[in-house]
Write a protein that binds this ligand. Structure first.
Ligand code: ADP
Ligand code: MG
Length: 600
């Protein structure tokens, strides 16, 4: 009730602000469109502006795939070409209406982009770059050599425009309006669930999956969106210039589009526009140097190198850094709600159902049996510790439990549900939450944004909408004692506090089982006391915890049961006090190995 009131009170001013912003932007865009349509202009200026607007739309696509999602696409010129050839061939050879041809171009780009993404995004990194280059080359070859359809190197001429936009300036108005609308949507994207998920994937792919993001789906979506914007840009380009040929959509053009993105600022449509404008205007304005051979290219190249060297986040990134103070969101004025965690169901009695059952789990890396036939169960509502010397397979066990690694053998039951074959985000939806031994936060985001991503997954029923997510995330941050700094970037927090933000991110997802990998590592003694208190408060809420730690004081203080690993095998399992008395456990911890392990 209290929460609902808070939400209603806060929702109103925020929505109004968003609406006012949209209206102001629409008014500005309308004014610019009117200006480019009505102002007397030379044909040359119109030419430059049409080029900027249509390339700009394609570069917005790269802002999404590269800037927001961190995936490389070196084939944007090919997608641009799909749109251009669809409009070119559609309005001439096929006698289609301009809009139908444009829609077809966008659709072809979408399908090809989605297909390329689906087949290659599992590769990632350099492989992805290589596959997109090959795709780009294949498309160019087809444009040049499939002469009966594409007209080959001669290209396609006499491309027509829609009825209403026959004059060059009217068509320029159309391009600018399209660019403004798309630019606005791309500008808003980072604050939507999909955009947030893309940024999470870019910042830390593993953590994104574990926080509940369907990494593969998000990457394919980014790739397909990028391609469709390429297609739309290309279609308008063809209408603007009435002539297209294969060399306009070559690999070199893909590089130009990427350079535009990086130059202006990779993660914002404002940067995209700056980069596009600059790379179109710069060569034009250096034309007078053409009398001295080589000088033109040298100055052009040097300017780009200098900008990228001294403004690594692009021109807009550089400007933004200096105005961030004024763009900072206002602080929260109300108190956060209390963090609700899933009701425990049953107390931790002997016959309570198991929160987690691990049966015969194994993970081999080639000959290394990092985890070898491990079985144990975690009772609902209990704190269970997984201990063992360094390299004994604890982290690997957690990675197999959370789906980062696929086990070599064994079964994992989460609250009775078999999750062995599920990807990380689906296990999160099924009730798993975890933190990492090496902190994995989304480093370009605020503490609040990090925790919102943890809260945002289909298994977490906290009510719909952004306000509910913010409430949930603030409650989780308050629970770990960091709510007052919610709007600060995570990179500004101390190591110990970053660990707490990671715990808050896991808690916000409302897990039924929380996996903690050495949460006390790297903390000073007062931070350790604080952590111990936090773990007790989490346990008091009835949440089941599986914790890995070296700190025996912490383990004996919080854990009821302990499973001990050594060389990937389970050497003990049971009630804490009993386990710690066993001779082979003591031996493993004192370092005198009981039996030489068999690595064969
Ligand atoms: P712990 O967390 O108990 O210190 P780990 O689970 O990190 O131990 O490691 C267990 C063993 O598995 C170590 O011998 C380690 O070198 C090996 N290992 C872990 N991850 C990999 C990997 N990705 N590839 C190869 N070997 C690995
Ligand atoms: Mg470890």
């Amino acid at each position: 009730m209290n929460t609902a009131l808070h939400t209603a009170a806060k929702a109103a001013p925020k929505n109004t602000r968003g609406r006012n912003g949209a209206i102001a932007f629409a008014a500005l865009a309308a004014a610019v469109v009117a200006l480019v349509v009505l102002l007397p202009m030379q044909g040359y200026t119109v030419h430059i502006l049409v080029q900027t607007a249509t390339f700009g739309i394609a570069v917005f696509g790269l802002t999404i795939v590269l800037g927001l999602c961190g995936q490389i696409n070196l084939a944007q010129a090919a997608f641009f070409g799909f749109g251009a050839y669809a409009v070119g061939l559609g309005t001439t050879d096929l006698h289609l209406n301009f809009w139908v041809a444009l829609a077809m171009g966008a659709a072809v780009a979408l399908v090809m982009g989605g297909f390329l993404g689906m087949t290659t995004l599992k590769l990632g990194g350099h492989y992805l770059a290589m596959v997109t280059i090959s795709f780009q080359q294949i498309v160019t070859l087809i444009m040049v050599n499939w002469i009966p359809v594409t007209h080959g190197p001669d290209g396609v001429g006499k491309i027509t425009r829609p009825e209403l936009f026959q004059s060059s300036q009217a068509f320029l108005g159309l391009c600018v309006a399209a660019m403004a609308l798309i630019g606005y949507l791309v500008w808003r994207l980072p604050q939507t669930p999909l955009g947030r998920a893309m940024r999470a994937v870019r910042d830390n792919e593993l953590a994104a999956g574990v926080a509940g993001v369907d990494v593969y789906r998000v990457k394919v979506a980014a790739f397909a969106l990028s391609a469709v914007l390429g297609g739309i840009g290309g279609g308008l380009f063809a209408g603007g210039f009435a002539y297209v040929s294969p060399d306009q959509f070559s690999f070199a053009e893909s590089i130009v589009l990427i350079t535009m993105t990086l130059l202006g600022g990779v993660a914002s449509p404002v940067g995209a526009l700056i980069g596009t404008g600059l790379l179109i205007v710069l060569p034009e304005s250096l034309r007078f140097l053409k009398s001295v051979p080589g000088l033109y290219l040298a100055i052009y190249g040097l300017s780009i190198v200098l900008i990228i060297r001294y403004m690594p986040d692009g021109i807009w990134g550089f400007v933004q850094d200096r105005v961030r103070r004024w763009l900072a969101p206002p602080p929260f004025t109300d108190a956060p709600a209390d963090l609700m965690l899933a009701p425990p169901g049953q107390a931790a009695t002997a016959d309570a159902p198991m929160a987690l059952e691990v049966q015969g789990l194994a993970k081999h890396f080639g000959g290394v049996k990092a985890v070898d036939d491990i079985s144990f169960s975690v009772r609902r509502g209990s704190v269970h510790a997984l201990i063992g010397p360094n390299g004994s397979g604890k982290t690997t066990t957690l990675n197999v439990l959370s789906g980062i690694y696929t086990g070599t053998a064994g079964r994992i039951l989460l609250g009775g549900q078999d999750v062995t074959a599920l990807p990380p985000h689906a296990r999160t939806a099924a009730g798993l939450g975890r933190t990492f031994q090496n902190i994995r936060l989304f480093r370009s985001m605020t503490a609040l944004e990090n925790v919102i991503i943890g809260a945002e997954h289909p298994g977490n029923e906290i009510g719909k909408g952004h306000e509910a997510l913010v409430e949930r995330a603030r409650a989780a941050l308050a629970f770990v004692g960091l709510e007052a700094r919610a709007q600060e970037l995570v990179t500004g927090f101390s190591y110990g506090h970053q660990r707490l933000i990671e715990i808050a991110r896991a808690l916000a997802g409302n897990p039924t089982l929380l996996l903690l990998d050495e949460p006390a590592a790297g903390l000073n003694s007062s931070e350790k006391v604080g952590l111990q208190d936090l773990l007790k408060r989490i346990a008091a809420k009835g949440l089941t915890i599986l914790i890995i730690d070296h700190d025996m004081t912490l383990v004996t203080e919080v854990a009821e049961r302990i499973t001990v690993l050594n060389f990937g095998r389970r050497i003990a399992d049971g009630v804490a006090a009993d386990v710690l008395r066993q001779p082979d456990v003591i031996a493993a911890y004192l370092g005198s190995e009981p039996d030489a392990p068999d690595f064969a």
